[in-house]
Design a protein around this ligand. Structure first.
Ligand code: HEC
Ligand code: HEC
Ligand code: HEC
Ligand code: HEC
Ligand code: HEC
Ligand code: HEC
Length: 163
């Protein structure tokens, strides 16, 4: 069973982006480097087969491209727990309201095709939160390798105070 699963995953990985590679090799490489690649989350899952797009060599639009306010529902279709939490947050409410104010959607923090690491994610926080209350820089909260420092005090999806 495990061997079969591995075989299937290997196959899915090899097939990933087969229809898109000629024109979008960068995105194909990115998704292969993401856990999504091995998990079989293919280009088609998020963009559809996009036959017309391919036939027209890109001159016709792909079947679907989620806009910022559609991203949470797209990602949350599989990551239901994170969506539930995110929807309760200031970020989630602002994005859902299609507000003029820009707030973080799933992809702003995590990236779309390639997964952002914590360093790149922190850069995103800083982009929108240039000045923060002193409470956020309280000494004694050491950055833990592989973990976002803000997450020591703010739950990443609800943004609720952790301590
Ligand atoms: C024959 C070349 C070709 C193939 C094959 C192709 N595309 Fe494209 N694609 C393009 C071109 C050209 C653009 C426009 C690029 C630009 O505007 O910079 C594009 C743009 C896109 C965009 C962005 C559209 C937008 O509105 O922002 C998406 C998403 C996309 N392609 C998905 C796919 C997917 C998924 C596949 C495979 C199922 C695919 N493409 C196959 C040529 C192709
Ligand atoms: C988990 C969902 C998801 C998967 C899987 C995915 N995409 Fe995307 N893709 C998106 C979203 C969302 C956007 C819009 C990003 C934006 O507007 O910034 C996008 C944008 C694009 C674009 C526009 C240029 C860019 O890089 O932003 C292209 C081209 C593209 N995707 C091609 C692909 C190809 C080819 C694959 C498969 C290797 C793929 N995508 C897999 C969600 C996905
Ligand atoms: C079709 C279902 C599906 C969709 C749609 C989807 N994902 Fe995933 N995602 C998965 C699976 C399956 C995994 C692999 C889980 C694992 O290996 O633990 C994963 C893994 C991840 C991980 C890595 C988690 C970890 O433990 O390292 C992140 C981050 C992530 N997805 C974010 C997103 C974002 C952001 C979007 C939307 C742009 C999205 N996903 C859309 C199914 C999906
Ligand atoms: C403000 C930035 C931010 C936004 C927005 C965000 N995330 Fe996350 N997400 C994080 C951080 C930080 C972690 C790592 C949590 C940790 O290490 O404790 C994480 C973890 C995850 C994980 C790994 C499993 C877990 O829960 O730890 C998945 C999957 C995920 N997020 C999906 C999503 C999806 C889907 C959305 C949108 C509905 C989303 N995220 C929105 C920052 C964000
Ligand atoms: C695209 C811009 C943007 C990005 C990126 C972003 N935020 Fe936000 N964030 C906002 C906006 C807008 C608000 C709401 C501010 C307000 O209510 O005036 C907010 C509110 C918050 C709040 C306060 C929540 C509350 O309940 O009052 C916290 C905490 C927060 N963000 C943390 C983060 C962290 C951590 C990151 C990075 C992982 C991040 N944000 C990335 C725009 C962003
Ligand atoms: C040591 C704990 C701690 C850390 C680490 C921390 N914060 Fe905070 N943060 C707080 C506390 C406590 C408050 C409430 C402050 C207040 O009400 O005066 C807060 C409030 C906020 C607010 C709301 C500001 C407002 O005007 O209402 C935002 C946005 C925020 N933090 C973002 C961040 C970001 C982004 C990071 C990472 C760069 C971060 N925080 C790291 C403890 C922390």
């Amino acid at each position: 069973m495990i061997v079969l699963l591995l075989l299937w995953n290997g196959l899915a990985w090899a097939q990933l982006g087969r229809n898109c590679t000629p024109c979008h090799s960068e995105q194909v490489d990115d998704v292969r480097g993401h856990k999504h690649g091995a998990a079989g989350v293919t280009c088609e899952v998020c963009h559809g087969a996009s036959q017309k797009h391919r036939d027209a060599l890109g001159a016709a639009a792909p079947d679907k491209v989620a806009g910022p306010d559609e991203v949470p529902a797209l990602c949350g279709g599989c990551h239901t727990g994170q969506l539930k939490d995110y929807a309760l947050s200031r970020h989630g409410k602002i994005v859902a309201a299609k507000s003029e104010q820009r707030a973080a959607n799933c992809a702003t923090c995590h990236g779309v095709h390639a997964a952002r690491n914590v360093v790149a994610m922190k850069r995103q926080c800083d982009r929108c939160h240039a000045s923060l209350p002193q409470a956020c820089t309280r000494a004694g909260v050491a950055a833990t390798a592989g973990r976002l420092v803000c997450a020591s005090c703010h739950a990443p999806h609800t943004l609720a105070r952790v301590k």
